[in-house]
Design a protein around this ligand. Structure first.
Ligand code: ACO
Length: 329
């Protein structure tokens, strides 16, 4: 196979909507502070019996339906998440819950908010180099389980969601994944993480080791902001160059939805006019690996993104990790 094309998308969000005013009841903040600094107004948060896996399954079913692909036609499921229900990964359980019966391969990919872009790249390698034909890529995260709901600096930013796409082997002329540019830098890890508490404290393990607990998400917002505004435009320029395109040839800019000020700064630097920028952050906050496929699904279903349109997508976040893709829908 020389190419792979996007043939379906889907998304799912929890039913509980939490507004900025709701948050102002539990931490010292305001709708004005949050919307001016971030652009976020609402986020969805899991409740009741909702969890990462059922959001991932719901998004996947919608994507399979749009693609007209049966679960058993899939050769591979990639679940991009940093918040699995099980530390060994959830993809095989999603595979089972979708009703796949052929023991196709399913595995998780962990790269925080860059996870979905890495998932697309992995899918393209499996298809173009490995002979796989139908691949489901899901981006899903439930950050609400890992934020400190007493920390106004972080709890206002995140929401829960899942988004999915189906990719299919095709001829080179129909290729929908045109180029990638991918990076990471562990030096910056100190600015954003949710590490095991013991390691952070520098304590010495004795035998037998204790089961560790993880810290809530810790973030230096200003450093993450600077990193995103510096690295994301460079990465997008590099991906565009590899595809032989410039920003003016591209129909849509679709960044990881972390902060409207980051989206605006990157768009300005790359000279994307506001009407070419996809943003749904106001309604969902930062949904980590889900944010790009969730925004893509809404843009496709609302008729904004049409067949043949080109999109530059970029993810960035913990790791630090960042990366861009040039896609044709
Ligand atoms: N409500 C009211 N006041 C607040 C709040 C809040 N929710 N949060 C912080 N403040 C206060 C601070 O205490 C501080 O007060 P002080 O001046 O009296 O000390 C003041 O507001 C300014 O705080 P800063 O942190 O300097 O505010 P900043 O303008 O940097 O905005 C923000 C913070 C929104 C977090 C911004 O830095 C940002 O968006 N950074 C990028 C974060 C990001 O994208 N993270 C996700 C990456 S994705 C991933 O991989 C998980």
């Amino acid at each position: 196979n020389k190419g792979c094309k996007l043939v379906g998308c889907g998304s799912a969000v929890p039913s509980l909507s939490v507004s900025n005013d709701d948050l102002a009841k539990i931490v010292d903040t305001s709708d004005e502070w949050i919307s001016v600094r971030t652009g976020i107004r609402n986020r969805r948060v899991i409740s009741g019996k909702e969890n990462l896996r059922n959001l991932a399954v719901e998004a996947a079913k919608k994507a399979l339906k749009m693609a007209n692909v049966e679960p058993d036609d899939l050769d591979l499921i990639l679940l991009c998440t940093s918040t699995p229900e099980d530390i060994f990964g959830d993809a095989p359980k999603v595979q089972r819950e979708l009703g796949c019966t052929k023991s196709q391969l399913a595995h998780d990919i962990t790269a925080a908010c860059s996870g979905f872009v890495l998932g697309l790249f992995s899918a393209s390698c499996y298809i173009k180099g490995g002979g796989f034909r139908n691949v489901l890529v899901i981006g899903a995260d439930v950050m609400s389980r890992f934020v400190d709901w007493t920390d106004r600096g972080t709890c206002i930013l995140f929401g829960d969601a899942a988004g999915a796409v189906v990719l299919q082997a095709c001829d080179a002329e129909e290729d929908g994944l045109l180029s990638f540019d991918l990076h990471s830098d562990g030096e910056g890890a100190r600015h954003l993480g949710a590490p095991i508490n013991d390691n952070e404290n520098g304590s010495v393990l004795e035998f037998p080791p204790n089961r560790p607990s993880y810290a809530c998400i810790q973030m230096n917002g200003k450093e993450v902001f600077r990193f995103a505004v510096r690295c994301v435009p460079q990465s997008i320029e590099s991906a565009l160059e590899k595809a032989g395109l410039t920003a003016s040839n591209i129909d849509w800019l679709l960044l990881h939805q972390a902060n409207q000020r980051i989206i605006d700064a990157v768009a300005t630097r790359l000279e994307f006019p506001p009407e070419k920028v996809i943003s749904n952050l106001a309604n969902y906050g930062n949904t980590s690996a889900a944010s790009i496929p969730l925004a893509l699904d809404e843009a496709v279903r609302s008729g904004k993104v049409k067949p043949g349109h080109t999109i530059t997508a970029a993810g960035f976040g913990a790791g630090l990790t960042w990366g861009s893709a040039v896609i044709r829908w």
